[in-house]
Design a protein around this ligand. Structure first.
Ligand SMILES: [Zn+2]
Length: 251
């Protein structure tokens, strides 16, 4: 288990360093005192935006910070500056774009936080699935228990449809039935976002308690992380399943 005793937004070491130009305390991106762009600091995306590692996030405020910083860090603005500063503003701008893209999206934000927390998501990417198929390995995907029956039934129907198609036969009733199940799966997929957001609240409350100096145990953190991980894994499972269904319907 990874050591996660200091997960809250305590200032990263880079925050406490000094501006390379005027020597005042530097911010992550540029100096508050002289306005000079600073070399990129090794900070996570939350720290980059001066945010705690909480998942409920004011996206409008994030966007505003993003646009403010984009202007200030724009490489063209620093074109006249020394080549060092130009290079740094390029690097900082690219970091800014990555950080913004990741934190803005609720799923990417959660995945990123879990990764920071040392949690690995199940490998369910398309390439991994295809590789598993081609090598005859058993897929690593675990069927979520609440979907077992549905998936079993759906797989039989997909096999049936594949067989029909191979014979050049049409089966509109079966296609309609599979299409209906696909729609249901898509609805479940959407609903999982709400479930995830409910777990954000639990996580954020732990961070707030930690910041208030009240100790949070590792098992509490783990419980909160595991719930989010479970939702993400189920969500990925459904996404892959819908993709498989689409492939059979379209081919
Ligand atoms: Zn300065």
């Amino acid at each position: 288990m990874t050591n996660l005793t200091t997960i809250t937004a305590k200032p990263a070491p880079a925050d406490t360093q000094f501006c390379w130009s005027c020597g005042t305390m530097r911010a992550v991106h540029f100096c508050e005192a002289c306005g000079k762009v600073q070399p990129p600091a090794p900070v996570d995306y939350f720290t980059f935006f001066g945010l705690p590692r909480k998942l409920n996030l004011d996206v409008a405020a994030l966007d505003k910070d993003f646009y403010d910083l984009s202007r200030k860090l724009h490489p063209d603005l620093n074109a006249q500056a020394g080549s060092k500063e130009q290079e740094w503003s390029l690097q900082q701008s690219s970091l800014l774009n990555d950080a913004h893209r990741t934190l803005k999206d609720p799923i990417k934000r959660t995945e990123y936080l879990l990764k920071l927390e040392g949690v690995e998501l199940e490998e369910q990417s398309k390439s991994a699935t295809e590789q598993a198929r081609s090598t005859g390995e058993i897929k690593k995907q675990i069927v979520p228990p609440d979907l077992l029956e549905e998936v079993f039934e759906l797989n039989i129907q997909l096999e049936e449809l594949r067989a029909h198609k191979k014979m050049g036969e049409d089966d509109p009733a079966l296609i309609e039935e599979i299409g209906r199940q696909k729609l249901e799966l898509e609805e479940k997929y959407e609903a999982l976002l709400n479930e995830l957001q409910a777990h954000w609240k639990t996580w954020d409350a732990l961070i707030e308690r930690d910041q208030a100096g009240q100790p949070v145990s590792e098992s509490e953190r783990k419980q909160a992380r595991d719930k989010m991980l479970d939702v993400l894994n189920r969500r990925n499972y459904i996404r892959n399943l819908v993709r498989d269904v689409s492939e059979v319907l379209e081919n």
